[in-house]
Design a protein around this ligand. Structure first.
Ligand code: PLP
Length: 335
């Protein structure tokens, strides 16, 4: 393994004009809470509504010349990124997902002309189907997080963050398979070694966190979460995102479903923004007090906006939300 800043710089060229260079805006409410600037990187403004476009476009720009099509497993947004990039290149795309993926995300992928396969109740089962398609139908597999081009593509966010705010003290990165955190940490620390990069994820099935504690990839039980994009394991054969996160993340902080619920309300009522649960874990970590006081200014990445709108309206209305068998108790914002 050797990924470096030069791979991220190459990715920036490859994705220019397709993935957007997104704005970094202050959140006055969160800044007041932190006592220092708190900034939001708006990946919600990407064409597919999530940062995953960056890695997917870079991966497809670097396909072997004889590739006839691509396949992937996805919690929704990677599939959407791959579908978008494949459509732009006129390639076949097959996206494999579990039954836990919300309908809004499945519809978004179909609308981009990709084939969708819904397989089983976990990302592991979706991954197995994607690997079968690779072997049997000659498609090229694009991992959502354990691929050098995907990691380099996501890393372009780290470049933009430090270009816009060279004074950043801490970057809060929503964490699942770790492609985003690995890329951002790689780029940001190459430019500014002392910047802190902290992964934030949900308590329910924190695969990267458990793996870092164990010192090797471990399986976790996959559970429904408001942060559905953070579900799934890191792959027992993980080659890249695990060692990079293990080496470069300064800390990992876990937030509860109630913290995520409240942070979605906060972002909506205070900043007037719509984002999915995975996007707001950085706000949730600050608001809940679980982050402590890392050096400021602090930036977090609003990773995506592809929330199920029925769930979103329940949350901003303060209603209870059912996650499988489990109830997330509602509460009115500000009450
Ligand atoms: C994929 C995703 C993440 C996590 O990215 P990883 O590279 O898997 O750690 C966070 N937020 C959203 C919205 C995502 O789609």
């Amino acid at each position: 393994m050797s990924l470096s800043l030069s791979d991220v710089l190459a990715a920036r060229n490859a994705i220019a004009g397709i993935a957007t260079r997104t704005p970094l805006v202050p959140s006055p409410f969160m800044s007041k809470l932190c006592g220092d600037d708190f900034l939001l990187k708006l990946e919600t403004t990407q064409a597919v509504g999530a940062f995953k476009l960056r890695g997917a476009v870079n991966a497809l720009a670097n396909l072997p010349p004889d590739a006839t099509g691509v396949t992937c497993c996805s919690t929704g947004n990677h599939g959407r990124g791959v579908a978008f990039a494949a459509q732009a290149k006129g390639l076949r795309a097959v996206v494999c997902m579990s039954e836990l993926v919300p309908k809004a995300k499945v519809d978004g992928i179909r609308a981009l002309g990709a084939e969708v396969r819904i397989i089983g109740r976990s990302q592991d089962e979706a991954l197995a189907e994607s690997q079968r398609l690779c072997r049997e139908e000659g498609l090229t597999e694009i991992s959502p997080f354990d691929d050098p081009y995907v990691i380099a593509g996501q890393g372009t966010i780290g470049l933009e963050l430090l270009e816009d705010r060279p004074d950043l003290g801490t970057i809060l990165v929503p964490l699942s398979g770790g492609g985003l955190a690995a890329g951002v940490a790689l780029a940001a620390k190459a430019i500014k070694p002392e910047v802190r990069v902290i992964g934030i994820t949900m308590e329910n099935g924190a695969a990267m966190h458990q793996s870092i504690l164990a010192g090797h990839p471990v399986m976790v039980e996959e559970m429904p979460s408001l942060a559905d994009s953070l579900g799934g394991g890191i792959g027992m054969e993980n080659r890249l995102s695990f060692p990079i996160c293990q080496a470069l993340l300064d800390d990992v902080v876990l937030v509860s479903e109630e913290d995520i619920y409240r942070a979605m309300q906060t972002l909506y009522y205070e900043d007037r923004m719509v984002a999915e649960g995975a996007s707001v874990v950085g706000l949730a970590a600050v608001q809940s007090g679980k982050l402590g006081r890392p050096p400021g200014p602090i930036a977090t990445i609003l990773t995506g906006r592809n929330v199920d709108m029925a769930v979103f309206t329940d949350i901003i209305s303060g209603r209870d939300v059912m996650l499988g068998e489990r109830l997330v108790k509602g509460s009115t914002y500000g009450a």
